[in-house]
Design a protein around this ligand. Structure first.
Ligand SMILES: Cc1cc2nc3c(=O)[nH]c(=O)nc-3n(C[C@H](O)[C@H](O)[C@H](O)COP(=O)(O)OP(=O)(O)OC[C@H]3O[C@@H](n4cnc5c(N)ncnc54)[C@H](O)[C@@H]3O)c2cc1C
Length: 501
């Protein structure tokens, strides 16, 4: 367990109670100077990481005890011993992965990294004293710097009457997997209602319905159309797959309340159910709402923590935040959406800025979230759907691309892949993005590339298609050329207005 006596350095500075006489007597002596220098050099600093989610995963491995300064102690606090990688959750529910495949073992990773793991939940903070308060252990933990990666909760689940009582929320995500696996089986007739027509609600519906054939599924979407930020061609592809799986979608279906067997809509109608998944989007977690509203940490009115593009709090310099719980201020395009991909890519930036702050310099590594990302949804039959640059994809190859991306990330934290620490030099931090190691060979010619991306047969080489997508992301000219070829071949299908460029 943690060393409860750890205090932030600045508090220990103020604890010297020497008299002016004593100071005068020794101040000029070389013995005094070298003693103070020695004390300063060895003064321990304490970094607390709250939450072992997507954004902190790489921080944990990068700040291992072979690489980080000897005087820097790192503690991770999380009420869960394993972090669930959400990208693989619908695949797990769909029967492609085991629950263990979707988890990062926080105990094993922190043990390897020489990071103390405190199995507890942060319930409050004192920014003046620089300490956190835990749910189980009454002793506060003091920090010199702290980083919050506490994710989000499911929007409206606690405030919609009956939702908490009768529905299965998407958060915590490992509980979602457990409950669905426990409550659904092959023999029982299930009337499933999924509240929320976003990517998570759609993907979960497709995964569950394709895995359990005895399910009638209805998606309740509060808006007028699914995935409004995608173009018509992408929406059409999703709708086609939903129809194939006999999944019904009701639009303008905002939920007023949930009873034991019906979901009651605001328009007065109701939908019967036996099981209901609440997937209505992300809401600021209780901790960040509390810290903003009660403790004065800068935040949005909804309770997301406001940070600079360096991920440092705009009000409290020793506080950093990343992932869903943070809202980055000062980006031209505004804060990125709440998605795991943005949390994961914040990790290397956090590593650099936390170290810079602890060294006493101004954090200067800026997080520039990508404008858009490759969205991939498991849809059953060993296939996935995807969208990028306004192009819809479907097929076995799309599933294989998704599987490769997800496994590459998870492999970084598998015990057998953690590097030999005796080969890591002090100060040698891994601040590369997790996918930087993927080999980038020359992609296909634009015309061939466009044809490949539009194929859905099993003969597509996923490596080749993935290479094309990566090349389109990094090379604007190549992207324009491929998009031009796609548009020519599907002239009427893709709306120019909505194509991502
Ligand atoms: C079904 C589903 C599928 C999804 N699929 C995708 C996808 O394919 N791609 C994608 O980009 N995004 C996806 N998302 C969104 C993605 O899950 C989130 O954006 C992502 O998890 C955010 O990561 P994070 O690091 O902010 O938090 P999380 O990964 O949620 O981690 C938060 C951590 O903080 C801990 N914690 C919480 N409160 C406290 C506390 N008070 N004290 C200490 N620890 C605490 C939790 O235990 C947890 O370990 C999906 C979401 C859902 C629900």
């Amino acid at each position: 367990m943690s060393d409860r006596r750890t205090r932030p350095s600045r508090h220990r500075h103020s604890s010297f109670g020497w008299t002016p006489f004593f100071v005068l007597f020794f101040a000029v002596s070389p013995l005094f100077i070298s003693t103070v220098q020695g004390m300063m050099a060895q003064q321990q600093q304490h970094l607390i990481l709250v939450g072992g989610g997507h954004a902190h995963a790489q921080v944990l491995t990068s700040l291992n005890d072979a690489a980080r300064p000897a005087h820097l102690k790192v503690t991770l606090i999380d009420p869960q011993v394993a972090a669930t990688y959400s990208g693989m959750v619908p695949g797990c529910i769909g029967g492609y992965y085991s629950a263990a495949d979707t988890k990062i073992d926080l105990v094993a990773v922190t043990q390897w990294a020489g990071i103390e793991f405190v199995h507890d939940k942060v319930v409050d903070m004192d920014f003046e004293k620089q300490c956190v308060f835990l749910k189980k252990n009454p002793a506060p933990l003091y920090y010199d710097a702290i980083s919050l990666d506490v994710g989000s909760t499911t929007r409206g689940w606690t405030t919609t009457p009956g939702a908490r009582e009768y529905t299965i929320p998407t958060r915590p995500i490992d509980a979602l997997v457990r409950r669905l696996q426990d409550e659904l089986d092959d023999n029982q007739r299930v009337q499933l209602v999924v509240v929320g027509g976003g990517a998570a609600g759609i993907e979960l519906s497709m995964a569950v319905t394709s895995r359990y054939p005895n399910i009638d599924c209805t998606i309740l979407d509060a808006g007028q159309q699914l995935l409004p930020s995608e173009n018509e061609a992408c929406r059409h592809m999703v709708q086609t797959r939903l129809t194939e799986l006999h999944i019904t979608v009701q639009h303008d279906a905002a939920v007023a309340q949930v009873t034991a067997d019906r979901v009651v809509l605001q328009n007065g109608t109701s939908v019967p159910y036996t099981h209901c998944i609440w997937a209505a989007g992300a809401e600021a977690p209780a901790l960040s709402q509390h810290l903003h509203h009660q403790r004065g940490l800068a935040g949005t009115p909804e309770g997301w923590i406001l940070v600079h593009p360096t991920l440092q709090s705009i009000s409290h310099p020793a506080v950093f935040a990343a992932g869903d719980c943070a809202s980055i201020q000062g980006l031209l395009r505004g804060p990125p959406p709440k998605a795991g991909v943005y949390a994961v890519r914040a990790g290397p930036v956090l590593v650099q800025n936390l170290l810079q702050f602890l060294e006493g310099t101004k954090p200067r590594t800026v997080y520039e979230p990508q404008e858009d990302f490759l969205k991939l949804l498991v849809c059953g039959d060993n296939q996935a759907l995807g969208f990028r640059f306004g192009i819809p994809f479907r097929g076995k190859w799309v599933f294989e691309v998704k599987d490769a991306i997800d496994r590459n990330f998870m492999n970084l934290f598998a015990q057998e892949n953690l590097p030999d620490k005796s080969r890591i030099q002090r100060g040698e931090y891994n601040t590369q993005q997790y996918d930087a190691m993927v080999e980038d060979l020359t992609p296909l010619e634009p015309e061939e590339a466009a044809m490949l991306l539009q194929r859905s047969d099993d003969g597509v080489d996923f490596q080749q298609a993935w290479r094309v997508l990566r090349a389109m992301a990094r090379d604007t000219t190549y992207r324009e050329q491929v998009l031009h070829c796609v548009e020519q071949s599907t002239a009427s299908a893709i709306s120019h207005k909505n194509v991502y460029k």
